[in-house]
Design a protein around this ligand. Sequence first.
Ligand code: THU
Length: 140
Amino acid sequence: MEQTTKEILFNKAKEARKEAYTPYSHYQVGAALLCADGQIFTGCNIENAGHTPACCAERTAFFKAVSEGVREFCAIAVVAGPEGGDLVWTTPCGVCRQVMMEFCEYETFEIYLGTGAEDCKCYTLKELLPHGFGPKNLDF
Ligand code: THU
């Protein structure tokens, strides 16, 4: 049977999570970002002894894509959980939501959160970042 887009994204996010570098929080996150041209970029969280240079899985995926010239995105799936433990429900941090605001359609970009395609909730960026400030606010 063919996999749905959601299943593909969750599988890729789980695969990406295996590369998470989390010696400080031991909380591992994986993300899979679907681009308008059909490409999928993945990311994991990458921590740092200096703490502030850490990067979330979502931003890793976005920055990989943007650095390859991609600017249009449809959806992202995110999975998370403690190292060696079961996946738990998670939600993107405020900084990642703001990065989404820069590159994604406010009312249509879909954010899948959960432990898998069968156990997830879908939100638009508008739902997760109401009254967001984005590039359109600087269109004057
Ligand atoms: N983290 C993510 O990568 N994405 C999220 O959606 C939430 C939090 C990371 C940041 C840090 O490495 C660890 O999870 C604990 O906050």
